[in-house]
Design a protein around this ligand. Structure first.
Ligand SMILES: NC(=O)c1ccc[n+]([C@@H]2O[C@H](COP(=O)([O-])OP(=O)(O)OC[C@H]3O[C@@H](n4cnc5c(N)ncnc54)[C@H](O)[C@@H]3O)[C@@H](O)[C@H]2O)c1
Length: 262
């Protein structure tokens, strides 16, 4: 127990399960006062209850401006401030470019990009109002950095979020608000069940140097770092947490190469 986030008010969107819930747990272990906000209201409330009295569970649809405003008002009414935003709520789909319908495109960008923008803007305004700085971590994705099958809308939304983060980093630095991206690779959660069929899983097994999916807890550990004072000079950065997937080049078994050379 190191109390790295002692007393901070931390909002985790999409925190009822998966990466968001693991991160909410990690923030609470570091003594933050955690708000879990999710489309799944009962899930958010149950998740918050599991963290103890200091936590708060709220319903929100991040794609709905009125809902985002109501969420922020409820947090301010209870805690008076927001110090940390883990901007995580997201949806996925695995749809080929030629079959992506405009309504699917709009739905995915509406949650993953426009929704993230609205939540970040609302929280940043509160941080500026209070005047004591803050931390914003936007949850991007390796799908926003590399072209991959089925990721036309999802990947475009996440790429847009990476760029938005850079603009926010420039504009919010004078207010001592740290803004970064955390980009998960393949993480074992419910969204991965929707987006990863057996062929995708087998391909990841070949393409990830660490040869396995990550866990929500491994993302949460990186999130605590980015939201702690230890990361105070990390700014406008994208931290990939992906088992080496992004940086890997040619991968082969050394003994097989030796056999060919011999
Ligand atoms: N799991 C992965 O492999 C992976 C990889 C890269 C990025 N990500 C990103 O990480 C984030 C979390 O993903 P996860 O794997 O934990 O997914 P998940 O599906 O397990 O959890 C997502 C949560 O977001 C909530 N949510 C969905 N739409 C919402 C909305 N409109 N408003 C509020 N809440 C909403 C859901 O109810 C759910 O609780 C997402 O942004 C996702 O794109 C995940």
């Amino acid at each position: 127990m190191t109390r790295r986030l002692d007393g901070k008010v931390a909002l985790v969107t999409g925190g009822a399960r998966g990466i968001g819930y693991a991160t909410a747990q990690a923030f609470a272990r570091e003594w933050a006062r955690v708000v879990i906000a999710d489309l799944n209201v009962a899930g958010a409330q149950d998740a918050a209850a599991s963290l103890g009295e200091q936590a708060m569970g709220l319903g929100v649809d991040v794609a709905d401006p009125a809902s985002v405003t109501a969420m922020i008002e409820a947090i301010i009414a209870r805690f008076g401030r927001i110090d940390i935003l883990f901007n995580n709520a997201g949806i996925g789909a695995n749809t080929p470019f030629l079959e992506t319908r405009l309504e699917d495109w709009n739905r995915i960008l509406g949650v993953n990009l426009t929704g993230a923008f609205m939540v970040a803007q609302g929280c940043a305004r509160e941080m500026v109002r209070v005047g004591e700085g803050g931390k914003i971590v936007n949850i991007a994705s390796l799908s926003g950095q590399r072209g991959a099958n089925g990721r036309a809308a999802y990947g475009s939304a996440k790429a847009g979020l990476e760029l938005l983060t850079k603009v926010m980093a420039v504009e919010l630095a004078p207010y001592r608000i740290n803004v970064n991206n955390l980009a998960p690779g393949a993480i074992e959660t419910d969204i991965a069940k929707v987006m990863h069929d057996e062929a995708t899983r087998a391909a990841y097994g070949r393409l990830i140097p660490m040869t396995r999916y990550g866990t929500p807890e491994e993302i949460a550990d990186a999130a605590v770092f980015l939201c702690s004072d230890e990361a105070r000079y990390v700014h406008g950065h994208t931290l990939n947490v992906d088992g080496g997937f992004r940086e890997a080049g040619l991968m082969f078994k050394p003994d097989a190469a030796m056999q060919r050379a011999g």
